[in-house]
Design a protein around this ligand. Structure first.
Ligand code: DHB
Length: 526
């Protein structure tokens, strides 16, 4: 019976969404008109009732079937409970609205599962859908390019503040945003760019709460409806996309070349010369970028490409020392040599424990160990759509609404071969020339709007004071260099009050593997 009532309510909620999809009428973003259902779940076998609300979070959605927010209020939540704000954004793509964040009848683990912990502690859980680069064009316009995903996420945060009085529980000044990979990048971007005016025009366009267009053509933001958050729990953020290809080649170029020559790695669809020249040219670009950031290590030394490997090694040492304390060298050795689908892993000497309790770590051997068991991305790793490198890429995050995608770094732009209106081949402009044009400046802003590090370095937005970020030591989806610089930017930021950021012992590309640790950190900062 309960199931039938629940399904009827669900059908009602979806009906509301479909109605909106077929109309361009202004939507209410008042929580008072949100649809409500009651979910019966359990945590560690104990029953918990959860009030589930669904609403529009923007007045003028252009993808109403996705621009919906879920607010889940467990029975033990209060007006001062924190709000756990879940982004999905897997692959920088999957942002569809889902009504399954907390599912009727499920039993959650109250120690290891983030939903279980939230329900046990009485935290409000929020999830939402939003536009993404994977959306099909509307009347020939690609509306999912940057900043659509970030803008929608900010609009959902604004919705919560706009409705602070009507929310039955949850403190809108205690929003913690959390996500993994593409979602880790999105979470850290939101945490770094609170109330940044870069997003005001796109927020205004969709009717997000609290953003107005003034008579003089400027935008203003109502401080009561801001999009800043209190903290972030982020995993393996695929961030700093503008430099991610270069960072990948800078770090993994030699590893790949060695594996290519020894035949341990093959690129069946790309000829050898194009791969080798791609990584040489890209690696070169990264050297100038790193030194120009002005980031400093804990001792106050400038981080440059000459010492970045040392800085990365230092961060690895931190995690190795911590893990020795936690599980001991013997277990770590077993972790290194664990059996996987690809067979037994071998410790190639990247981490050697000595009899006297000391150890030696070698970053280059570590890179080889990672690459040996998870094939590296081809070069260029993130912007390769127009180069016919058959691999996942992020190109469709960028470009004007008229083009399906846009290469987003110098190498990829200058070498684009596809017939789609962008790249040097069709504009007859080199990347350098293009970036001086109006369109080039718009592209630069689109790239910036995906990248936490840009906002952390700029320092003018309402940066979240609390940061918990992890990237696994067995994760090759982005360069350790990207994450190390992000960690440095968080650690040295004067607006960051508490941070717990670093590499995670032999974790692959994944998230939420350390729920007890992450959520006890959260309790300490609350
Ligand atoms: C994700 C993984 C990637 O390798 C990438 O480039 C972007 C996103 C992800 O898992 O979300």
């Amino acid at each position: 019976m309960k199931r039938i009532i629940f399904l009827t309510l669900l059908a009602g909620l979806l009906g509301c969404a479909l109605h909106a999809q077929n109309s361009s009428e202004k939507q209410s973003i008042s929580f008072r008109s949100a649809k409500k259902a009651v979910l019966n779940v359990s945590v560690d076998g104990q029953p918990v009732k959860v009030d589930w609300y669904v609403d529009n979070y923007v007045k003028y959605p252009n993808r109403p079937q996705d621009q919906l927010i879920n607010v889940y209020v467990p029975e033990n939540a209060t007006k001062s409970s924190p709000i756990m704000f879940y982004v999905n954004n897997g692959g920088w793509i999957a942002n569809s609205y889902s009504d399954h964040t907390i599912a009727e009848g499920s039993d959650y683990n109250g120690t290891y599962d983030r939903v279980g912990v939230a329900l046990k502690e009485g935290y409000v859980v929020v999830s939402y859908g939003c536009r993404s680069r994977a959306n099909e064009p509307v009347d020939g316009s690609y509306l999912g390019h940057s900043p659509a995903t970030m803008t929608d996420t900010k609009a959902a945060v604004r919705y919560l503040r706009h409705n602070r009085k009507a929310l039955p529980a949850g403190d809108v000044e205690k929003i913690f945003i959390t996500g993994t990979s593409g979602g880790g990048a999105l979470s850290t971007l939101i945490a770094a760019s609170g109330n940044s005016p870069d997003f005001f025009p796109s927020l205004h366009e969709i009717g997000a709460a609290g953003v107005s267009l003034e008579k003089d053509g400027t935008y203003s933001s109502d401080p009561a409806c801001g999009d800043n958050v209190l903290g972030v729990i982020g995993y393996c953020p695929i961030t700093d996309l503008g430099h991610a290809c270069a960072a990948y080649e800078w770090l993994y170029g030699d590893t790949r070349r060695i594996m290519y020559i020894t035949g341990e790695m093959k690129y069946p669809t790309v000829d050898e010369n194009s791969v080798l020249s791609a990584f040489a040219a890209l690696a070169e670009q990264y050297t100038g970028y790193v030194g120009g950031l002005g980031l400093k290590d804990e001792e106050g030394n400038l981080i440059t490409s000459a010492n970045l490997k040392e800085y990365i090694s230092g961060l690895m040492h931190e995690e190795i020392a911590r893990t020795i304390e936690e599980i001991g060298a013997e277990q770590m050795q077993k972790d290194i040599e664990k059996k996987t689908r690809r067979g037994n892993r071998v410790n190639n000497g990247w981490l050697v424990f000595n009899d006297d309790g000391s150890y030696e770590y070698d970053l280059d051997k570590h890179l080889y160990y990672v690459a040996k068991y998870t094939t590296l991305k081809p070069a260029p790793a993130f912007s390769n759509k127009g180069l016919f490198v058959t691999h996942m890429n992020e190109d469709s995050l960028f470009g004007s609404a008229e083009v399906p995608y846009c290469p987003f770094n110098e190498y990829s732009w200058n070498n684009d071969k596809e017939d789609n209106g962008v790249g040097k081949d069709e504009t007859c402009m080199s990347w350098e020339e293009y970036m001086l044009t109006e369109e080039g400046r718009e592209l630069a802003l689109q790239i910036k709007m995906t990248s936490a590090i840009d906002y952390l370095l700029e320092g003018t937005s309402d940066i979240a004071p609390y940061w918990y970020v992890r990237h696994g030591m067995d994760d090759r989806d982005t360069s350790f260099a990207v994450e190390a610089l992000l960690f440095a930017a968080i650690r040295s930021n004067p607006k960051v009050a508490s941070r717990n950021v670093g590499f995670a012992w032999l974790m692959p590309h994944s998230g939420d593997y350390d729920v007890p640790e992450a959520y006890s950190w959260l309790k300490t900062v609350l």
